[in-house]
Design a protein around this ligand. Structure first.
Ligand SMILES: Cc1cc2nc3c(=O)[nH]c(=O)nc-3n(C[C@H](O)[C@H](O)[C@H](O)COP(=O)(O)OP(=O)(O)OC[C@H]3O[C@@H](n4cnc5c(N)ncnc54)[C@H](O)[C@@H]3O)c2cc1C
Length: 431
């Protein structure tokens, strides 16, 4: 052992040495003892990391249990005196402690490691950060905001929650024969709803982070051509907002982009190429694009690109949404493209502007003759946007158009459309 020991306290060092000699794994330790304010032992020994770096005078050891011995002695005495209670939230005595969802953590949780506050060690890169209150608070908040998916309520999350909360009710809901009931329950609900319902007494920090999965990235179509906007990438993002089960809900990524970031802020992005959704290599081939809502995004890029290249091919866009007044994305740009010839045709369907709902597939059927003619001229057919209903409805409309215009059977029309797909003349990017 290195360091200093007052002769009267030599037995302390002997104890430490016995302890160290019993250890099978490598490691090290330090011991400091003050007696009536005077330093009587200050000694250290062993290695401070797996590489065997020696422990030295200034080695700092972050061990939450070290101070626990002292603090818990005081706590027990205060409990004996009736000044504290093990099972009352710490926030009762220290309101600021409630920050960041710690309002239900009690002294008992803390003293028995159930609060899992020690888990924060994994978040910090250095001891300095660990000791910096503001930095650690931010790291914890950032982890919940940026690293974990804290909303999407999946079967996997509910299964982990059933374990963590030891909820018989939730286990029952997860039973094989309860699938329809589970689906109904999950619809429009988020993780917080399930926690409030099935873990009414709250969860420890470790149990809580244990039920989350990593936050998955969100994909957005690139809505601009690099030829039209050098060094820029434009996106068309619809902010997801809805009311469900008595609360206002917000899409994580879309409302982050819409509400939280400011000009000049940086966000993490990556590019995911899609080889199966491209303009034809033949610049003179006609192109038909069906892109309601944000599905119009890649088609803005397509038309800009063809305009910039001066491609001779014809371009036809079907666009749709709810209201002409609010939802006509890039209206002025389409009008300019029409005027300049980059866009040959534009057909729009605003479903809520008249008593009968009209969708892009209805416009396609109305223009069946011309659409089929374009296909016969070798047009490429693209669909982008909603996968739930729109993509299927458009697919059916396409088959119906081919069937009626070519006067062929259902099967033959389906084969025609299948062949379009095989020849990469029917491409979809639906979500
Ligand atoms: C290839 C691809 C391209 C895409 N391109 C675009 C694009 O160009 N523009 C664009 O805006 N989006 C695009 N998306 C969708 C985008 O990736 C996100 O899914 C979308 O922005 C929602 O993400 P979020 O994080 O805001 O919402 P989340 O937090 O993921 O919430 C969405 C979830 O909320 C629930 N929900 C939504 N509305 C309701 C409701 N009314 N009632 C009940 N529950 C509801 C649903 O469970 C839904 O899955 C694309 C997706 C893919 C896969």
């Amino acid at each position: 052992m290195e360091g200093f020991v007052h002769p009267d306290f030599a037995p302390v060092i002997e104890k430490v040495q016995t302890l160290m000699s019993k250890r099978s794994a490598e490691g090290g330790m330090a011991v400091a003892v003050y007696h009536h304010g005077e330093l009587v032992v200050d000694a250290w020994t062993g290695a401070r990391d797996a590489a065997g770096t020696p422990w030295d005078r200034d080695t700092m050891s972050m061990s939450f249990s070290t101070t626990k011995g002292v603090v818990s002695t005081i706590v027990h005495r205060l409990v004996d005196q009736g000044l504290l209670d093990y099972d009352v939230p710490v926030a009762t005595y220290w309101p600021e402690f409630a920050a960041g969802g710690k309002d239900t953590i009690t002294l008992r949780h803390l003293l028995t490691h159930q609060a899992a506050l020690h888990e924060v060690r994994a978040l910090a890169e250095s001891t300095e950060t660990l000791l910096d209150w503001d930095a650690m608070t931010k790291l914890l908040a950032d982890a919940l905001r940026e690293d974990y998916d804290i909303t999407a309520l999946s079967r996997a999350v509910l299964t982990k929650l059933a374990e963590a909360a030891d909820s018989a009710l939730l286990r029952e809901l997860l039973g094989e024969e309860e699938k329809p009931r589970l689906k109904e329950y999950s619809d429009g609900r988020e993780i917080i709803d399930a926690i409030l319902e099935f873990a009414p007494h709250g969860l420890s920090a470790a149990a809580l982070t244990g039920i989350f999965r990593k936050l998955p990235p969100r994909l957005y179509s690139i809505a601009s051509s690099p030829l039209a906007h050098t060094d820029e990438v434009h996106l068309t993002v619809a902010a997801v907002r809805y009311q469900a089960h008595g609360r206002e809900r917000k899409g994580v990524c879309s409302t982050f982009l819409a509400d939280q970031i400011r000009q000049g802020d940086a966000v993490q992005v990556f590019v995911q190429p899609n080889k199966n959704f491209r303009l034809p290599a033949d610049h003179s081939a006609p192109v038909i694009m069906v892109g309601p809502g944000t599905g119009v995004a890649p088609f803005r890029a397509f038309v800009e690109h063809r305009a910039a290249l001066g491609s001779p091919g014809k371009n036809w866009l079907f666009f749709g949404d709810q209201h002409y007044t609010y939802d006509f994305l890039y209206q002025l740009e389409w009008q300019d493209h029409l005027k300049e010839g980059a866009l040959t045709r534009l057909d729009v369907a605003f479903s809520r502007d008249q008593p009968d709902k009209v969708y892009v597939q209805d416009r396609m059927i109305e223009r069946a003759k011309e659409l089929y003619l374009w296909l016969q001229e070798g047009a490429y057919f693209y669909v982008c946007g909603d996968a739930n209903r729109m993509a299927d409805d458009v697919h059916k409309a396409l088959i119906a158009i081919v069937k009626s215009q070519a006067s062929i059977s259902d099967e033959a029309a389906e084969t025609y459309v299948e062949n379009l797909k095989k020849n990469k003349r029917y491409q979809r990017d639906v979500y």
